[in-house]
Design a binder for this molecule. Structure first.
Ligand SMILES: Cc1ncc(COP(=O)(O)O)c(C=O)c1O
Length: 318
């Protein structure tokens, strides 16, 4: 049974074929436009927040606490949703030295504009994030803690229902993959469970943007194991970390060039941390021959456009 939900996202998001990109990359590429779940609330995270903020409301919380990188889309979406619902929002943001960034741009700008209280932690402190947030909740009182990326057995439901939404849009199409950027695991877990619940055999493939496959897989299994309902036996997903490159939040010149090319062929905005890296990965898999002419591949556009304004795009513009 899905937990309670509040409506925040503009749903269903469109599902459309990227004609010029398909022609250039010689595979039929379809895009699930979760970049259009809203403006400030754009991306996959708002789907998860619909469930977490309903839970916060049920618990009578007046404050929401969560965490992520300074340019976290999840933290931005939480800040904006909290502003809409009149909740105080406290963000624990990971920065290299535990200090505020010198430039207030991209997602961080929106976190601040939406009135979130930003507390900066260095990577060492961030490793203790769950404990830090629990302590903060205890001291603030009536606070609801949302884990990193809202990726747990509650937030996952946002993607379980998203799988149902896409299933209705697929018609007779049977894609060779549902390709998406993966990080905290909730998107992959929810989509895999969602399609399995429907008995639909569509390969859900998470393209890691930072974590090794083993860690990402551990995260996904932990989310599914915590769910109250038993996941269907056929729940399946596939992961690759072949396109992580130099690490989370870093992209090679080649990856930036692939993102620039995709933008010129679609008119869509991709950020190099998440969707751009995953798209460059999809291109890599096409080049390797995993996907062939005649295949249909769904690229789940998980949003993240604001982070594009926090990048040095020089290699893509040359
Ligand atoms: C734009 C974007 N795409 C994909 C992801 C990955 O989703 P998940 O953390 O559920 O694996 C995130 C979140 O980290 C994101 O912000």
């Amino acid at each position: 049974m899905p937990p309670p939900r509040i409506g925040l996202a503009r749903l269903p998001t469109p599902f459309e074929r990227a004609d010029r990109l398909s022609e250039a990359w010689e595979v039929s590429i379809w895009v699930k436009r979760d970049d259009l779940t809203g403006f400030g609330l754009s991306g996959n995270k708002v789907r998860k927040l619909e469930y977490h903020l309903a839970a916060a409301r049920e618990a009578g919380a007046s404050t929401v606490i969560t965490c992520g990188a300074v340019q976290s889309n999840h933290c931005r979406a939480t800040a904006v949703a909290s502003a809409r619902l009149g909740l105080r929002c406290v963000l624990y943001l990971r920065s290299p030295d535990g200090r505020p960034p010198s430039e207030v741009v991209g997602n961080h700008l929106l976190q601040r504009l939406a009135g979130a209280e930003c507390r900066f932690v260095d990577p060492e402190g961030y490793a203790r994030r769950d404990e830090v947030m629990r302590e903060a909740a205890a001291s603030l009182g009536s606070a609801w803690v949302i884990p990193e990326g809202a990726s747990d057995e509650i937030g996952m439901w946002g993607l379980v229902t998203a799988a149902e939404e896409l299933a209705g849009q697929l018609g007779a199409l049977r894609p060779a993959a549902i390709w998406h950027a993966a990080s905290s695991g909730g998107t992959t877990a929810g989509l895999a469970w969602g399609f399995a619940r429907l008995g639909l055999d569509v390969p859900v493939v998470g393209c890691s943007v930072g974590e090794p496959v083993a860690e990402l897989d551990r995260r996904i299994r932990r989310i599914l194991a915590a769910a109250e309902d038993e996941p269907p036996a056929a729940t399946a997903w596939e992961l690759t970390d072949a396109y992580v490159g130099d690490g989370y939040g870093l992209a090679s010149d080649e990856q930036l060039a692939a993102v620039g090319e995709a933008t010129r062929l679609t008119g869509l905005v991709f950020d190099p941390t998440y969707t751009g890296k995953a798209l460059a990965g999809l291109r890599g898999e096409i080049e390797r021959g995993r996907f062939r002419p005649g295949d249909d591949v769904v690229f789940w556009h998980t949003g993240g456009g604001f982070a594009a304004f926090a990048w040095d795009w020089d290699p893509a513009l040359r």
